[in-house]
Design a protein around this ligand. Structure first.
Ligand code: SAH
Ligand code: SF4
Ligand code: F3S
Length: 476
């Protein structure tokens, strides 16, 4: 028991105070851990899944660092945390495979601690399986109580067995906890959590809870701090950013939020993810068009080009509405790159339906598209649907779609050959240390000769050779 244990109804600032209190305690536990190990403890956070998870991992790293851990890239660390994803079954399988490897490391380093968190942990069947088959795990928590990580660390250190703490939901948004960015010059920012859309194939609403928007004041304050700390590009994150602000005490649209973010001095680039087509407003198109900072890239998931399938997916737009919207965006903002997500093999999908998807790909001409094979997620409406598509048909349709996606993307990306455009230099090229890798406003990657001193700078580059999805160029 401690001085905070009776405060069940805390307001947000109290929760923050509470976690800083536990952070102090965690630091003491880490010191003991260090003396047992005989060296300063190392930790490693491995992220699976989307940008939201990547941002969550930065929050975990922030806490771990302040608790006294040295953060390293290798999973041969004294403490390993897997921040998991469950959007498709292969994401889950990866986690189980890697857990097997961790077991091997733990046998060599018996004091090693292992924690699991993230979306997969919100599924009761997963917890059951881990208890049974992976008993060497020390701590499990979910998406709704991640802000309690400092407190959970203390519980882990005090306990002999596996600590499991999963919440069904939360209405809390806890501000001002530590966070440590992976990149010094760019950062993701959560503007909302959860999802209310319940697309019939998707597990996200079940594992991330209902939609909650952060107060605009908190978002703007965080971005201003980041900019003061050297950030030039932000990515506003939400499962459906176009419905931002609807449930705030003083409602605000996403377009209005963007106008405010634009005003922040020193900030140079604004990105956002993801836009649901059904909620994309003319106001947003107008704001993007007028903006000097919003990047020329829109990720607009189509999922399927067949209206019949879209209806079964509960996407709430038709093929025609989507195409009209995409073409309107292309008309209004001619240099914009549009990317998308596509699913092949949704229950009841015929080869003719896939032809309709291919047709939309040809019409919209995506600059890039992520093509996924439908994965049955237990508990979603689609899992109970009849007519699950045979694997052989899925494979043929998938390959056919992928080919068209690659062709149109190559054509789209190649359009800029010979042009000079601004690139934000992000890192030294992994394969060739005399080159650096940058990103154009439209999200295309370009490799140019350079060195680490250029990282974080926006420089004009000439786009010399197009290699499918990326360019080789040079600084001008
Ligand atoms: N909120 C975002 C998407 C988040 S999930 C949006 O609606 O745009 C990212 C992508 O994973 C989705 O766009 C979808 O294409 C894919 N996806 C989600 N559930 C899936 C499933 N059960 N099987 C295959 N792909 C899926
Ligand atoms: Fe999933 Fe649909 Fe929500 Fe995206 S909008 S997270 S696909 S339910
Ligand atoms: Fe995966 Fe969760 Fe993101 S299921 S895609 S990590 S919201």
């Amino acid at each position: 028991m401690n001085e905070f244990s009776n405060q069940s109804e805390q307001n947000l600032s109290d929760e923050t105070t509470r976690q800083y209190y536990y952070l102090e305690k965690a630091r003491a536990h880490t010191a003991v851990f260090a003396s047992e190990l005989g060296h300063a403890p190392t930790c490693c956070v491995t992220t699976f899944g989307c940008q939201m998870n990547a941002r969550d991992s930065e929050k975990l790293v922030g806490i771990l660092h302040q608790a006294g851990f040295t953060v390293i890239d290798s999973e041969k660390a004294d403490f390993v945390i897997f921040n998991t994803c469950t959007v498709r079954d292969n994401a889950n399988q990866k986690v189980y495979g890697r857990l097997g490897e961790l077991n091997g490391y733990k046998k060599k380093n018996p004091r090693m601690k292992i924690a699991l968190c993230g979306c997969m942990m919100q599924e009761p069947s997963v917890i059951e399986k881990i208890r049974k088959s992976y008993p060497f795990v020390d701590l499990i928590f979910g998406t709704h109580n991640i802000f309690r990580f400092a407190e959970l660390l203390c519980r882990m250190f005090k306990s002999d067995g596996m600590v499991v703490d999963i919440w069904e939901d939360t209405d809390k948004i806890v501000e001002d906890l530590p966070v440590e960015r992976k990149y010094s010059f760019k950062s993701g920012i959560n503007i909302m959590f959860g999802c209310n859309n319940f697309c019939s194939y998707c597990i996200v609403p079940y594992v991330r809870g209902r939609e909650r928007s952060r107060e605009p004041g908190d978002i703007l304050r965080e971005i201003k701090h980041l900019v003061a700390d050297g950030v030039v590009e932000v990515m506003l994150l939400g499962q459906n950013v176009n419905s931002y602000g609807k449930n705030l005490k003083e409602p605000m649209s996403f377009a209005e939020l963007l106008r405010e973010v634009e005003k922040i001095e020193g900030l140079q680039r604004i990105r956002f993810m993801t836009s649901h087509p059904k909620d994309l407003s003319d106001e947003l198109i107008q704001v993007m068009k007028e903006s000097k900072k919003i990047c020329r890239h829109l990720h607009l998931p189509l999922q399927s080009g067949s209206t019949a399938i879209l209806e079964k997916m509960n996407r709430r737009y038709t093929r025609e509405q989507y195409v009209e919207l995409a073409l309107k965006i292309r008309r209004e903002i001619p240099d914009i790159a549009i990317t998308t997500d596509l699913i092949v093999g949704f229950p009841g999908e015929t080869p003719e339906d896939v032809e309709e998807t291919i047709d939309v790909v040809r019409t919209v001409k995506y600059d890039n598209a992520f093509t996924f094979i439908y994965s049955k997620r237990t508990g979603t409406p689609a899992a109970a649907m009849e007519n699950q598509v045979p694997e052989a048909q899925v494979k043929v349709c998938f390959d056919k779609l992928l080919k068209v996606v690659q062709e149109t993307a190559k054509e789209q990306v190649g359009k800029y050959r010979g042009r000079v455009m601004d690139a934000l230099i992000e890192e030294v090229n992994e394969n060739d240390s005399t080159m650096v890798t940058g990103r154009l406003s439209n999200n295309t990657i370009v490799h140019v000769p350079g060195d680490a001193s250029m990282i974080g700078r926006i420089v004009p580059v000439s786009l010399d050779e197009c290699h499918g999805f990326y360019y080789i160029g040079h600084c001008v």
